[in-house]
Ligand binder design. Structure first.
Ligand code: AMP
Length: 327
């Protein structure tokens, strides 16, 4: 099944302790698509300026990303300049130049409107809402956001929460949006505003998924070296949504598997600048990393501490119940 993504298509200038990349291709929609296309067909909607190196998008097209919805407008492409110091968990934004994104109005091509899975990647929440007016009965809608929009478009963002099934955001953004310090409180606060599931990404400390009656945690894959964290969150979302679209299963158990696949894709994204590593991936590499995650957390129950208690089980039984609400 197809995944539709609408988000930023950027030129990124990034500084990390390990190097510097100047005006490389990036943006939330690009990172998302680079991960999701390994698992399912992707339809991308966004805008670039006349300075965009369109030829560098050819590898995405070859991997099944339909770029019919990518407009090229007169003006500068969206440009983000960020820096990571030794704490690779948080990006410092040095400059955000919206360029053609400032006047963009998403137009979903008719052939994209029936996409069963929709991801509203990090972009102006007003545009995310406009996309929802144009799609027809998706099975699952997820969205992401960031500090820039939480401070400038809070009301629109809160309106959006009432219309999505899944929200993904990082821990700093969750705290900023909810004004809660505990992530458990933040998760509940966000669930009360609409989504059935909220996924809080914690960089090298993994990801927490909150459901109405459940909590699930996956660690991040312990990499020897993280080169550039840019795009990890979007690659996570690409893996998560791509896996759901590939399997078509919205049970709680499968959502948990999707969080593991998302974590695997996020871990690949940070191994190189831009979307280089994601585009060089093979499915066997993805399978091996997913197996690595299983191994990382596998533990048997061991004997009970109190005599007479039944032994702890390895994995609790999860109710197999669909997550998507009827809109
Ligand atoms: P992340 O997955 O959170 O690391 O996302 C990184 C991507 O977000 C970069 O490629 C940026 O181009 C993009 N980005 C940065 N600021 C914004 C913004 N205000 N709106 C949309 N996309 C952004």
């Amino acid at each position: 099944m197809t995944v539709l993504v609408v988000g930023s298509v950027a030129l990124d200038t990034v500084e990390t302790p390990f190097g510097h990349a100047e005006r490389v291709i990036g943006g939330s929609a690009i990172y998302f698509a680079s991960a999701a296309c390994q698992l399912a067909p992707v339809q991308l909607v966004g805008v670039v300026g006349d300075d965009y190196p369109m030829e560098q998008l050819a590898p995405l097209r070859q991997r099944g990303v339909d770029l019919t919805g990518l407009e090229q407008a007169r003006g500068d492409s969206f440009h983000w300049r960020g820096r990571y110091r030794h704490d690779l968990n948080s990006a410092e934004t040095l400059e955000t130049n919206l360029g053609v994104l400032a006047t963009f109005r998403p137009k979903i091509p008719p052939s994209f409107r029936r996409a069963p899975f929709v991801f509203l990647a990090n972009i102006d929440p007003r545009l995310q809402l406009e996309v929802l007016e144009q799609v027809e009965a998706p099975r699952l809608v997820a969205c992401d956001t960031m500090n820039f929009w939480i401070s400038s478009r809070r009301d629109e963002l809160l309106a959006l929460l009432g219309r999505v099934d899944v929200l993904t955001l990082n821990d700093g953004e969750a705290r900023q949006l909810t004004e809660q310090t505990s992530l458990v409180h933040a998760g509940r606060w966000l669930l009360e505003r609409g989504p059935q599931h909220v996924i809080i990404k914690k960089g090298e400390h993994g990801a927490l998924m909150f459901g109405r009656e459940s909590m699930f945690y996956v660690p991040a894959y312990p990499l020897e070296s993280v080169f550039d964290p840019t795009g990890a969150g979007d690659a996570f979302a690409g893996g998560f949504m791509g896996y759901l679209a590939r399997t078509g299963d919205l049970s709680e158990a499968n959502l948990r598997r999707a969080v593991v696949v998302g974590s695997a894709m996020g871990s690949f994204a940070v191994e190189r600048f831009s979307n280089e590593r994601l585009l060089a991936l093979t499915t066997s590499e993805i399978d091996r990393r997913i197996a690595g995650f299983r191994e990382l957390v596998a533990v048997d129950g061991g004997p009970p501490l109190a005599p007479g208690d039944s032994p702890p089980t390895l994995s609790p039984a999860h109710e197999q119940r669909p997550t998507a609400r009827s809109r």
